[in-house]
Design a protein around this ligand. Structure first.
Ligand SMILES: C[S@@+](CC[C@H](N)C(=O)[O-])C[C@H]1O[C@@H](n2cnc3c(N)ncnc32)[C@H](O)[C@@H]1O
Length: 356
């Protein structure tokens, strides 16, 4: 376990050190957009970085790094750089990120490599994933004589230059999110970034058969499911899964500070002979719990292995994208910032600014 989370780091007021002036596409930034807007209380990004983030389709492939050889044992591990980008948009340095379904720690590692590290707390029900996370952490910490890894500059694939590693504010706790969430104080979390189990998990998605021995794309070769009945993937059916996720959303709405965001990464499914719009179903449940849907970023995973599910008789999709649902904690379904800004709406309209 890492250092306790109680030691608050102060949010930074100026731009993170080491930020390059190259724009998201590698070009020069527009004049005046290098530093955050003085009215920006959400993050530490320049105007151009902010705009780049809001594109609704993301197609970046990230390199295998930060203990990926160990983390890949978990079939749904997320790239720390992807999580760092989300964290950098929705928080400021030192703020607290929560991941109630942390797996092998993609979100926590993302907080550690964020430009201006954030604190992060994760919950994970499966001790095996927690042990892998701890091993990754120990290995990373020992690099460069204890200074941790320096992540390469990926240019436009991850604008902003190289990334360093500061895990001093991250912690992963073992247990059931539905039991641990109620232990957190109300309005104590600045941002939630999570990818929960995507559905009731099928143990096998390919039928196997004689061809499975020869062709990897005919085998079900991922490992994610536990035997724990509290694992949401072990819910008896899809309606029960949605009910339990709604319980999670109610808790997330309670622990989030007003006007702050949650992102939920989820993949739709094809089960029982039909397409299941899991992302849309979860967005509806989140809205009922007071988390207002604000966006749906599509993350295209170009490297997804294509499997001949319906071949040669029927169309069955190879789902190569994930939804990154953007939700916001708004009191009474309306932003507190929005309410405060009502009196300024005329000026905003004149300036061409859209309401939040
Ligand atoms: C999609 S994975 C998350 C992967 C993670 N983002 C990563 O980078 O490794 C979902 C995780 O939720 C965990 N999980 C399922 N039910 C849980 C529960 N009730 N409480 C806490 N964790 C749970 C699973 O064990 C699994 O590791």
């Amino acid at each position: 376990m890492t250092r306790q989370l109680s030691s608050e780091r102060q949010p930074r007021k100026s731009s993170p050190p080491g930020r390059t002036r190259g724009g998201p596409d590698g070009g020069a930034e527009a004049p005046g957009s290098v530093t955050p807007h003085p009215a920006n209380t959400l993050n530490e990004l320049s105007g151009e970085e902010w705009l780049y983030f809001t594109k609704s389709v993301w197609s970046t492939a990230y390199p295998s790094e930060l203990g990926h050889e160990l983390r890949r044992a978990h079939g749904a591990n997320k790239p720390p750089r992807l999580m760092a980008r989300l964290i950098e948009f929705f928080t400021r340095t030192g703020e607290l990120v929560l991941d109630p379904f942390a797996g092998v720690g993609g979100t926590l590692l993302g907080a550690a490599i964020a430009r201006g590290p954030r604190r992060a707390l994760g919950f994970e029900i499966e001790p095996r994933w927690v042990r892998i996370f701890e091993a990754v952490l120990a290995e990373a910490r020992s690099e460069r004589e204890g200074r941790g890894p320096l992540l390469a500059d990926l240019g436009p694939a991850d604008p902003g230059g190289p990334r360093s590693f500061d895990p001093s504010g991250i912690e992963l706790r073992t247990g059931d999110a539905l039991e641990l969430l109620p232990t957190l104080p109300a309005k104590s979390v600045d941002f939630v970034a999570t990818d929960p189990p995507y559905n009731v998990q099928l143990r096998q998605t390919m039928a196997g058969g004689p061809l499975a021995a020869r062709f990897a794309n005919r085998r079900t070769d991922y490992a994610m499911v536990t035997d724990d009945p509290a694992d949401l993937a072990n819910s008896p059916d899809y309606p029960t899964y949605l009910d339990r996720m709604e319980e999670v959303f109610v808790e997330l709405a309670r622990v989030l500070r007003p006007d702050r965001y949650a992102v939920v990464i989820v993949r739709d499914a094809y089960q029982g002979g039909r397409y299941v719009f899991t992302a849309a179903d979860l967005a509806a449940r989140a809205a009922r719990a007071g988390l207002v849907p604000k966006g749906d970023l599509i993350w295209y995973q170009a490297g997804t292995r294509l499997r001949p599910y319906g071949y040669p008789r029927a169309f069955v999709p190879n789902i190569a994208h994930q939804h990154i649902l953007v939700l916001r904690r708004e009191v009474g379904g309306r932003s507190e910032v929005g309410r405060r800004e009502v009196g300024r709406s005329d000026r905003s309209r004149r300036d061409g600014a859209a309401p939040a």
